[in-house]
Design a protein around this ligand. Structure first.
Ligand code: MN
Length: 414
């Protein structure tokens, strides 16, 4: 079994009156959410996000389940913001890590929306795993500004993707093979905005236990100014089911063969389902694969009744129901005058019926096919439709007045 050990710390910082960040330690699920929005909005949004994530993931602890949990968290934040005028416009980032079992092996699934981050410390090297969904990071990725310019850009806090922004927010998704000795750190932007990356790396290398490591990082962010809320979750892989050892013996890629040492910690990550260079630095990191890119390893083996399927069924039933109602309304909507055996009769419904809806007798009349004009009989056999009962009665009155032999009240039947 893969075993994890986690620690965390959070602080409002020096400048902000409230801490709008939320964190979640619910092994095997860990998350950081950085809420935003006026009044209590940020706090509410980040709290809803981690709570819905926790509850939804518990019901389907798979990679797909985690992605689905993020979608549900988005809907929950959005719903609440719509329902409560004071919370309108609130949103939250969400970065979550979960140990899941896929295709018979244990993996770490990582999802991200927004500019909170996940880092991997492996063999002493710190690598940023997530890509910020922020305006300046997008400009950097497009090569329009340099990372140095981004660090001081006035709009560096503008996020381009957050939960609560609208429907259909999709997270980026990664799968990582956990190796003993790996340390994954989730944090809100209050940490990297204050503390240079090499200092973060040094601290993560120095502090052996997750809790003190997280506390130390938060303290550093405060020392550097603490302009924003700071939240740090540190997750250590303390056992990996001997994966690291067997990985070095595995038949593998050239990259794997070219590892110089035989150390356990030297094993590679199946990050993005592609091997990336050993102990990669930030520059070396392959771009992450978004949820939209099909990952063969991301296919859950056992399909469950996910929320999406349930929603589809509900919508399908609603559509079918509406269709049935429309048919019913049409099928039962009118009247016609026809013959019940020989008796002229007003029916509710359509002549001959419609699908499963059969016409019913609204009222019999005192006329028969023998007492009306012979020319009318064929029309009555086919059914003479009228929009309302009144119109049908009017038609019957006309038939009666046209009747050749004004037989007084013939009664019913021939
Ligand atoms: Mn923040």
């Amino acid at each position: 079994m893969t075993a994890l050990r986690a620690g965390s710390a959070t602080d409002a910082g020096i400048v902000r009156p409230n801490n709008e960040d939320s964190l979640l330690i619910a092994e095997p699920l860990f998350a950081v959410a950085d809420g935003m929005g006026g009044h209590a909005g940020g706090e509410v949004a980040s709290t809803i996000a981690v709570e819905v994530l926790r509850a939804a993931f518990a019901g389907d602890p798979t990679v797909e389940g985690l992605v689905q949990a993020v979608r549900l968290a988005n809907e929950a934040v959005l719903d609440r913001a719509t329902d409560e005028p004071g919370l309108r416009g609130m949103g939250t980032t969400l970065t979550a890590l979960a140990l899941v079992e896929e295709d018979g092996e244990q993996r770490l699934a990582l999802v991200n929306v927004g500019d909170s981050r996940a880092y991997l410390l492996q063999r002493g090297e710190l690598t940023q795993l997530t890509e910020d969904h922020s305006m300046v990071e997008e400009l950097v990725r497009e090569g329009q500004i340099s990372p140095e310019e981004a660090a001081v850009h006035p709009q560096r806090h503008v996020v381009t993707r957050v939960l609560g922004m609208g429907p259909g927010v999709e997270p980026d998704v990664w799968q990582i093979l956990p190796y003993r000795g790996d340390r994954i750190m989730l944090c809100s932007d209050g940490l990297p905005n204050e503390v240079p990356e090499d200092e973060i790396a040094t601290t993560l290398r120095r502090e052996a236990d997750p809790d003190p490591a997280a506390a130390r990082l938060v303290a550093l962010a405060r020392q550097h100014g603490g302009a924003d809320n700071i939240t740090v979750v540190v997750v250590d892989v303390v056992d990996d089911d001997d994966r690291a050892r067997s990985a070095s013996a595995a038949v593998g890629s050239g990259e794997r063969a070219d590892r110089r040492d035989g150390q356990d910690s030297g094993a590679e990550h199946a990050l993005d389902a592609r091997p990336h260079r050993k102990a990669a630095g930030v520059e070396d990191l392959s771009p992450p694969v978004s949820a939209a890119t099909p990952l063969p390893v991301a296919k859950p083996r056992h399909r469950r009744l996910t929320f999406r399927v349930a929603l589809f069924v509900v919508v399908l039933v609603a559509v079918l129901g509406a269709g049935a109602a429309a048919v019913w309304f049409y099928g039962r909507g009118g009247y016609y005058v026809g013959l019940d055996r020989h008796q002229v009769t007003i029916y509710k419904g359509r002549p001959g019926g419609l699908l499963w809806i059969q016409p019913t007798v609204a009222e019999h009349t005192d006329l028969t096919d023998a007492t009306v004009l012979p020319a009318e009989v064929a029309g009555l056999r086919g059914g003479h439709t009228e929009a309302s009962l009144g119109a049908a009665r009017h038609f019957v009155a006309n038939l009666r007045s046209e009747a050749p032999a004004a037989e007084p009240a013939a009664g019913s039947g021939p």
